[in-house]
Ligand binder design. Structure first.
Ligand code: BJW
Ligand code: ZN
Length: 292
């Protein structure tokens, strides 16, 4: 019979210190304290639209003007927000010398697998160490410091399957027609932008789309993630409702081969009854105290 998850920080730290292959799986709750709205529950609306219903290819082709206004708003927000203490705790933990100071094995591995598209985890890492250190911890392709499995709001992808060109483009605004539309948040104002005036592919000039993963699309780096999940002896689940697959299945996979799971969430979330550890509360407080 399943036991209740432990809430003991010292027992968690014992497991942490004896773990060699650690993954963290993050969701929108990681960035909540930075001011980025989550998807489900309060904050799940943009203008009058349910944000989940906007995360599909159909919604994009039905109304690319509206979808681009939504993503322009999300880009402006992400780029104006700052990483919080939970991002920094994970960034420090991705440094081998930090882990060895905590008492983990010298050859311990850690990868943050984030579902977030806001780029805040990457910014936290860049603020935590030098480019040389990032390069050295990124050398082993099987154990990168982080994987952004649902893409990035600052990436732009060609919508033509023949081209598919992706590039990083954090320009604000990304095109003149979107300028200022981020201010229309609550009201029912809608600007209709012609397709020609929306972002276009820099290679083939076809309509471009945000470089994020919508429902029905295949997330990035799945093979690498599967290998990491398979070898993980500890999975730290942070700020995700655990309702979107394949990410929602990783914790159970880690437990199925004998690994441990620790859930950090403001509230109860799917599957957390089976976790070995459960730390309820804001992750910007609980993560630094458990990983520090
Ligand atoms: C705090 C906090 C604080 C707040 N501290 N906590 C039936 C069964 C199984 C699967 C499917 C099915 N039907 C369809 C599917 C597949 C589908 C799916 O899972 N659907 C479900 C809804 C059932 N999945 C897909 O389509 C995926 N692709 C796929 O499956 O490809 C096929 C394939 C896979 C594998 C192998 C082979 C083939 C793609 C999913 C793409 C999801 N895209 C989005 C949008 C990204 C772009 C954008 O941002 O606009 O990704 S949807 C949205 O949900 C976003 C998120 O990354 C994702 C997860 O949400 P998340 O992060 O968990 O956020 P919330 O809001 O749900 O939760 C926040 C949590 O934080 C809450 O728990 C709070 O309590 C907590 N919190 N503040 C700690 N301070
Ligand atoms: Zn193109």
């Amino acid at each position: 019979k399943a036991r209740k998850p432990s809430t003991s920080i010292s027992d968690f730290q014992k497991v942490l210190k004896s773990s060699k292959n650690i993954i963290a799986l993050a969701g929108a709750g990681l960035s909540a304290a930075s001011g980025i709205p989550t998807f489900r529950g309060t904050g799940g609306l943009w203008r009058k639209f349910d944000v989940i219903s906007m995360a599909t290819e159909d919604a994009f082709y039905e109304n690319p003007s509206r979808l681009w206004q939504f993503y322009h708003y999300r880009r402006e927000k992400a780029n104006a927000c700052k990483p919080n203490l939970a991002h920094y705790a994970l960034a420090e933990f991705s440094l081998p010398y930090f882990r060895s100071q905590l008492g983990l094995a010298k050859d311990s591995k850690f990868t943050l697998i984030t579902q977030n598209v806001d780029g805040l985890s990457k910014r936290a890492l860049e603020e935590t160490c030098t480019p040389e250190v990032i390069q050295s911890i990124s050398e082993d392709p099987a154990h990168p410091p982080m994987i952004e499995m649902h893409g990035r709001v600052n990436d732009v992808k060609c919508s033509s399957p023949k081209c598919g060109h992706i590039e990083f483009n954090p320009a604000s605004p990304i095109c003149p027609a979107l300028d200022g539309t981020e201010a229309f948040v609550d009201e029912d104002i809608e600007k209709t932008i012609a397709e020609d005036d929306l972002p276009r592919c820099s290679k083939c000039k076809a309509l471009a789309r945000p470089g994020v993963v919508w429902f029905g699309e295949v997330p990035y780096d799945l093979e690498k993630i599967d290998d990491l999940v398979e070898e993980a002896d500890l999975c730290i689940v942070v700020g995700t409702s655990s309702t979107v697959y394949p990410a929602a299945g990783y914790a159970a996979e880690v437990q199925a081969h004998g690994g441990k799971v620790a859930v950090f969430n403001l509230e109860r979330s799917a599957g957390d009854k089976k976790a070995n550890f459960l730390f309820l509360g804001p992750c910007e407080e609980t993560l630094p105290s458990c990983l520090g």
